[in-house]
Design a protein around this ligand. Sequence first.
Ligand code: ATP
Ligand code: MG
Length: 653
Amino acid sequence: MEAEGVLEGLDPEQRAVAEAVQGPVCVLAGAGTGKTRAITHRIAYATLTGIVAPQRVLAVTFTTRAAGELRGRLRRLGAPGVQARTFHAAALRQLSYFWPRVIGGDTPKIIESKIPVVADAARACRLTFGRTELRDIAAEIEWAKVTQTRPEDYAAAVARSSRKAPTDVVDVARVYAMYEQLRRERNLLDFEGMLELTVAVLTENRDVANQVREQYRYFVVDEFQDVNPLQKLLLDAWLGDRDDLCVVGDPNQTIYSFTGASPDHLLGFTREHPDATVVKLVRDYRSTPQVVQLANGVIGQSRSETARRHKLELVAQRQDGPEPLFSEYDDEVAEADDLARRARKLIDEGVPASEIAILYRINAQSETYESALAAAGVPYVLRGAERFFDRPAVREAVVRLRGAARAGADAETDGLGLIMTVRHVLAGAGFTEEAPEGTGAAREKWESLAALAQLAEDMAAENPRAGLPDFVTELEERAALQHAPTLEGVTLASLHAAKGLEWDAVFLVGLVEGTLPIIYAETPEQIEEERRLLYVGITRAREHLSLSWALSRSPGGRRNRRPSRFLDGLTPKTATPTPARAERTKRGRKGPQPCRICGRPLTAAIERKLGRCEDCPAELNEGLLLALKDWRSEASAAQKIPAYVVFTDATLQ
Ligand code: ATP
Ligand code: MG
């Protein structure tokens, strides 16, 4: 594409971002206003006009996938050759290049997981922790390192913040100090260490700094509200005394505070760069006016100082679409079944399955939806998490349940007995009556086990005579039904994993007090972060938006739930249809069965028998599936894409 053509797809404000090639630029704007689009077009414009050489640009993102998407978009705009990397990937490249000259000696081994070293450190401190606690301590160390908190300052820093340490703060601090010692002794480098070392090399070595600064002259950062203090240090080190930096972000989408990310860097940008070109985008190109109005309503009720000060109200650009649907259900199973049916209907009406998403607050909520979709014959893919029955905690618990069933643990039990027996077996896997404190791995494991306990309750309610062997069979059936990997399908994802993405139809589910806001959100700041999660969720929808909640968890259970407070005053009085439970179809398939590999409807009898198109492979492992998916999403629309390609080692390299 010609350089001028690149500008044509932009509105005047986005154009201002693209044309401000030099100097600091800050875009503070709401969801769907074209921030990501503005920066990709900006890079394309700068390189296609020849103002900037592609190899002089460094676009930094927070996830590998976002970096890949950016590269894909630039290629499609006819501007390849720009480096789009995560902070870590960019740092690692520079470190390995300068290592022999600046540091020398054995290169350290990069550790992707801290856990083995944390386990050794705990042992050296004579402290005993389980696997889940170790994971949470590793996450604490990560938080401490990205916020530049030393072990001796850790306890005070936790006390100042609203976070909860997974165990005694003094113990965490001791393990942290020992972890750092062992890491140095063993010549290991963790991800934060990689960034710290790069900062150190750049600040202590003028030659290296000059070389890097000569190489990269133009920096772009998307989702800048997510930057953490350590990443900010690195960015400053890259820039030196220059200021060709363009950042875009939305303070109302700050949902990663618990990892050390802070919107202060975005909000303080003009203080740091008083001569910055500041652009506000207000036109929302993604969503219908109906969706935009609701998003504005949710964030308009925010009590956060930031949201009030930086009013980022969205102005809808698209034509009218359907009103958002608010639905209240008796129980979660009815909610999931009805939403699976509605997803099926959308697919039958021509909405591609990959253009539909079901978003929830915590990953443990996925099981109900995986089952409902599988039963309705709707293919689905999980984003940012494993399928429920593939999660280690669940796998381990199912193994234990199978063993207990074989040993005849519940020979004499009735429905109540089933619940008790299952809880007893789960207790052996680490399940407690009370949820553990904090938000990390321990909490996530507990939530998965609680979901299994809940399944036992559902089963006991439906069939009071069910015993443990029946329950195990039910779990195995569910796992088998959910298992076949698909290439295209309805996306199941947590609200956190949905940021930056968009779909034609979005179902926001489980919108009850205790889930959104989540039960452990206590302080006003934590509640506001929960509200922002809902804002992120709503603004993912282009056209169809559904918001739902259930008054009780299980069929016939106590109706003791209340819709999320964030919906107060926004729910239309008339629109809360409660579909009759009679509509539930267990394992009932409606419409043509889709191929479990590619999701296309199966027409021939032989294909229905196989459960896949005749020309689709019988098996795809998840790794190949991801690679295939990336490949397909990057191939141009004009190009004919085969239903599948068989990858060899060479293709994957
Ligand atoms: P988020 O805050 O969710 O990351 P964003 O501000 O980055 O959103 P984009 O993803 O860049 O928004 O754009 C949202 C949608 O609007 C995309 O589908 C994009 O192609 C479209 N869009 C953006 N700007 C324009 C424009 N000027 N004309 C037409 N469509 C546009
Ligand atoms: Mg974006």
